[in-house]
Design a protein around this ligand. Structure first.
Ligand code: PEP
Ligand code: MN
Length: 340
């Protein structure tokens, strides 16, 4: 249930509606809109009687929310969420390009790649310090040392940094260094990690589980938002299918579906969808054409020496070309701003 307040509702009226909700054993969450406040009712088991609230002073109407996800739903908040990270805005008209290596491997490596990313017009830098690897014997990431290198990249190039948190016990450390905390595909339904992310002041980049439906994915985002963090960036990174020609199958149709269902920004990671660098350029173009709010691309200056995901990492010159092509497509789409 969503209680929509009148435009001229006073702060006291909003307070007293929230009190009325909580007195009935539910949780009230105010949602500031363009010109009015709405109040979402959370943790109700079953339907709530609208008439209980409709007669309260300052209330315009009480409308049922039909979707299982509430806070992330367009029903609750019609206008698109824009997330400001330093000078970068995700969810606005401009497509945001996040790029960097799969993993931070050394200061020299991260700095060399960041220099290319910056030069090509990338907006943010990515790099894993804690890596979720299939094999326990594979490179697991540099840990805190890697996070410190990311902080150095930010200070040197002015690029905000995105990095993955894999484990609840590392959350404080990762959010201390990162501008955006990433939750990877394997942890999309790690509910304690999602709840902790919901308490964070940092925006969260939530990747789609490799076999998750859009509904499960939005419910995962709901976990984060229900704890109080409204800044969530969804990331489509391909789902597992029967094909062998690519690592995953990029589900492009998820983008218009998510944009219809949710006000949250959604970006695409063509690198993990593709698995091979020759597919990343066309999929990156598709990301721009489908009107995603951004992309996240793996780039490496020496991919043959990369500790992880070298095969899907673009060479700096290829990344440069991809940026040029994506920006050109984004430019063509600019007038149709109702799409974003
Ligand atoms: C990554 O972005 O480095 C990563 C591990 O991605 P995913 O969780 O999508 O596999
Ligand atoms: Mn990777």
């Amino acid at each position: 249930m969503l209680i929509v307040m009148r435009k001229d509702a006073t702060a006291e009226q909003i307070e007293s509606v929230m009190r009325a909700v909580e007195e009935r054993g539910f949780k009230a969450r105010p949602i500031p809109g363009g010109d009015r406040v709405s109040i979402a009712i959370l943790f109700n088991q079953g339907a709530v009687d609208a008439s209980t609230f409709e007669d309260l002073p300052g209330v315009k109407e009480a409308i049922p929310v039909t979707r299982p996800y509430k806070l992330v739903s367009r029903e609750t908040k019609a206008d698109a969420t824009k997330i400001q990270i330093g000078d970068v805005c995700i969810g606005g008209r401009e497509m945001v390009i996040i790029a960097g290596p799969c993993a931070v491997e050394s200061e020299k490596q991260a700095m060399a790649i960041a220099e290319h990313v910056k030069k090509s017009g990338g907006d943010m830098f990515r790099g894993g310090a804690f890596k979720p690897r299939t094999s326990p014997y594979a490179f697991q990431g540099m840990g805190e040392e890697g996070l410190k290198i990311l902080a150095k990249v930010r200070d040197t190039f002015g690029l905000p940094v995105v990095t993955e948190v894999m484990d609840l016990s590392h959350f404080d450390m990762v959010e201390h260094y990162a501008d955006v905390v990433q939750i990877g595909t394997r942890n999309m339904q790690n509910f304690s990690l999602l709840r902790r992310a919901g308490e964070s002041k940092r925006p969260v980049l939530l990747k789609r589980g490799m076999s998750a439906t859009v509904e499960e994915w939005l419910m995962a985002a709901e976990y984060v938002m229900a704890e109080g963090n409204p800044n969530i960036i969804l990331c489509e990174r391909g789902v597992r299918t029967f094909v062998r020609h690519s690592r995953n199958t990029l589900d492009l149709s998820a983008i218009p579906v998510v944009q219809r269902e949710s006000h949250l920004p959604i970006i695409i990671d063509p690198s993990h969808a593709a698995g091979y660098r020759d597919q990343v350029l066309p999929l990156g173009r598709a990301a721009a054409a489908v009107n995603a709010h951004g992309v996240m691309i793996e780039v490496h200056h020496e991919p043959e020496k990369a500790c992880s995901d070298g095969a899907q990492s673009l060479l700096p010159s290829q990344f440069d070309e991809l940026c040029r092509q994506m920006r050109a497509i984004d430019q063509i789409l600019q007038p149709s701003d109702e799409l974003k």
